[in-house]
Design a protein around this ligand. Structure first.
Ligand code: ZN
Length: 368
């Protein structure tokens, strides 16, 4: 197992518009660099993992395990790669893997496949076919490359150390990857199938994934005679209505709280306290600004699930009416709203038809 894994992380991220260096950007709950470090460690294929970086101070703070070494990067990618080769020469390595930190999505399986192929070859490089048509320019002429004959090289690329070292130390031009060193000299490379997901993160957009949040809402109001009953903003014929500072619409109150919960913006009472100003307010008026705020902040609603807890009225009779009203108030497709009726075996206040309760769960996603 005389293998060494080199992670090149000294890139200047020219196309990555963020003050933070690309390799330290959070991606899938980890900094980009850490995906490569963890996978190379977990593969148990390597004696040492060498990170080449221009921000050694920040990396040292991470307290990686002992077999991770951090060394200074060079001006260009080729310089950093050469720095690493010169550094590990003292350990007399048999094989070296070179990997770009900007590719956090490779699998451990790929590392193992490379390792297997490296037994019979001096150079193993993963490739994938291009989904886009590739053009090649020679002087002023542009040629179409046949898609089946063109492919893209990825990293990690693995090499017999002595061969790569000889080629890299003699090379005068700045190469883009180590495979080029072999190809320029007409040396043989074993190409293996790479991974479509193992794409290079080049632009900030590549790491901005949608974020999903959940919110929970609950409400209960007493039933009183001589009041209109509103559920989900719809007027429901019933002998009693819900008592409250507002119209007592338990469904809309629970939805409002669920949205505020998912947005992490406290609760309905914070925005609509029991003051004179809001006396007898209709609940759609409370929900509306909260929904507007949600959409304005670039969120969209994935779904809404509602439990209405009461003996009477029967939910099945008014389900469509209530869902239609909620759909209109939240600007959400009816198919994404579910309303369940739940009785409580005649227990307690709700069982004795003295109150109605409601619980709601909502899922929302933010697209930047
Ligand atoms: Zn309420």
């Amino acid at each position: 197992m005389n293998n060494y894994f080199v992670i090149l992380a000294a890139g200047k991220s020219k196309r990555f518009s963020s003050n933070l260096s690309k390799q330290f950007y959070k991606y899938k709950n980890k900094e980009i660099i850490d995906h490569s470090v963890e996978k190379s460690l977990n593969s148990k294929l390597f004696k040492k993992i060498i990170i080449v970086s221009n921000n050694i101070r920040r990396l040292k703070k991470k307290k990686y395990p002992k077999l991770v070494t951090i060394i200074e990067g060079g001006k260009e990618r080729a310089d950093s790669s050469l720095n690493a080769l010169k550094y590990i020469k003292r350990y007399k390595p048999k094989n070296v893997y070179i990997h770009d930190a900007a590719r956090p999505n490779f699998s451990i399986k790929l590392l193992k496949t490379i390792s297997k192929n490296l037994k019979k070859s001096n150079a193993v490089v993963p490739i994938i076919n291009s989904n886009d048509a590739i053009k090649h320019k020679v002087e002023n002429k542009v040629f179409n490359l046949k898609r089946k004959d063109s492919f893209l090289t990825q990293t990690p690329q693995a090499f017999r150390f002595s061969e790569l070292y000889d080629l890299a130390t003699k090379e005068k031009s700045k190469i883009n990857d180590e495979a080029s060193l072999f190809l320029n000299k007409g040396l043989k490379i074993k190409f293996i199938l790479g991974e479509n997901l193992n794409n290079k993160i080049t632009y900030l957009d590549d790491v901005k994934l949608p974020k999903t949040y959940y919110g929970l809402g609950f409400d209960i109001h007493r039933l009183v005679k001589n009041k209109k009953l509103f559920l989900g903003g719809a007027k429901i014929p019933f002998h009693s209505g819900l008592k409250g500072h507002s119209d007592g619409d338990v469904i809309l109150h629970a939805i409002t709280d669920a949205i505020l919960g998912a947005l992490r913006r406290k609760d309905i009472g914070t925005y609509f306290p029991n003051t004179k100003k809001y006396k007898n307010i209709r609940s759609p008026k409370m929900l509306k600004p909260v929904v507007e705020n949600l959409y304005k902040s670039n969120f969209s609603i994935n779904n809404l699930d509602i439990n209405l807890i009461c003996e009477q009225p029967k939910v099945s009779r008014y389900r469509n009416k209530i869902i239609k009203s909620i759909s209109k108030l939240t600007n959400l497709n009816k198919d994404l709203i579910n309303l369940k009726g739940k009785t409580v075996e005649k227990l307690g206040l709700i069982g004795k038809e003295k109150a109605i309760a409601c619980e709601v769960i909502i899922s929302i996603t933010k697209y930047d």
